[in-house]
Write a protein that binds this ligand. Structure first.
Ligand code: ROI
Length: 185
C-alpha cells in the first residue's frame, strides 16, 4: 500500500449466478485482495440465494467482504467494474438478469455519496436479505448503515429470509489466502 493516501474501510457485496457461480465468487475474493492499495480484511460465508427479479434464472451465490483500501470510492468502483468485466460480465445483460459476477460497493467509511452511477450506501442494501445476512456475519449487529434509523440486526430481522441458505462449503474460501483479520468484528 502506498503511504501517501489514508486507508479506508469499504464493504463490497458479491453475487454470481452463471458460469460456476461459487468459483466466480472465490476467484473474485482473491482479486479483491490483490487490488492496488487494498487488503481483504474479512469475508462472510457464501450463501445460496433465490433470485430477486426474474424467477427464471439460476440461484445466486452471495457474500460480503470488508476491504481496507487506499483507492477513492470512484477508483474502487472502476476497479470492481474491471473485475466484473474480466469475469465476462456484459453490462447489457439488463438490471435484473443473470450475471457471472456482480460486485456492489455497499459502504465506504461512513460516507454518503449521491452520484448518478455511484450511490453509497448502496440504495437497495437495507432491504435485501442476501446482502444483510452476510454483512451481519462480518459487521457488528449494532452497526448502523448511514442514513438508516435501525441497526443492522433490526433491518435483517425485518427482512424475509426464506430462500437464502449458507453453502456447506461456505468457509472454504478462507483457505485460498490469509485474511488480514481473523477475529470476529
Ligand atoms: N438475487 C439474488 N438472490 N442475489 C443477487 O446477488 C442478485 N443480484 C441482482 C438481482 C438480479 C437483483 N437479483 C439477485 O442484481
Amino acid at each position: 500500500m502506498g503511504a501517501e493516501e489514508a486507508a479506508h474501510l469499504a464493504y463490497v457485496a458479491l453475487g454470481a449466478n452463471l458460469a460456476g457461480p461459487e468459483e466466480q465468487v472465490r476467484r473474485a475474493l482473491v482479486e479483491l485482495d490483490q487490488l492496488p492499495g487494498s487488503r481483504l480484511l474479512r469475508a462472510s460465508p457464501l450463501y445460496l440465494t433465490k433470485p430477486l427479479g426474474a424467477a427464471d434464472q439460476p440461484d445466486y451465490v452471495n457474500a460480503v467482504v470488508r476491504l481496507k483500501t487506499r483507492l477513492s470510492p470512484r477508483d474502487l468502483l472502476l476497479a470492481l467494474q474491471a473485475i466484473e468485466q474480466a469475469h465476462g460480465r456484459v453490462r447489457e445483460e439488463g438490471r435484473w438478469g443473470p450475471r457471472p459476477l456482480d460486485l456492489d460497493l455497499l459502504l465506504y467509511d461512513r460516507d454518503c455519496i449521491e452520484e448518478p452511477d455511484l450511490r453509497v450506501p448502496h440504495s437497495e442494501m437495507s432491504r435485501r436479505a442476501f446482502v444483510l445476512a452476510p454483512l451481519a456475519d462480518i459487521a457488528p449487529g449494532d452497526f448502523i448503515i448511514p442514513g438508516q434509523d435501525r441497526c443492522l440486526a433490526d433491518l435483517l430481522a425485518a427482512c424475509p429470509r426464506d430462500g437464502i441458505q449458507r453453502l456447506a462449503s461456505a468457509r472454504a474460501c478462507e483457505g485460498a489466502f490469509s485474511l488480514a483479520e481473523s477475529q470476529p468484528a
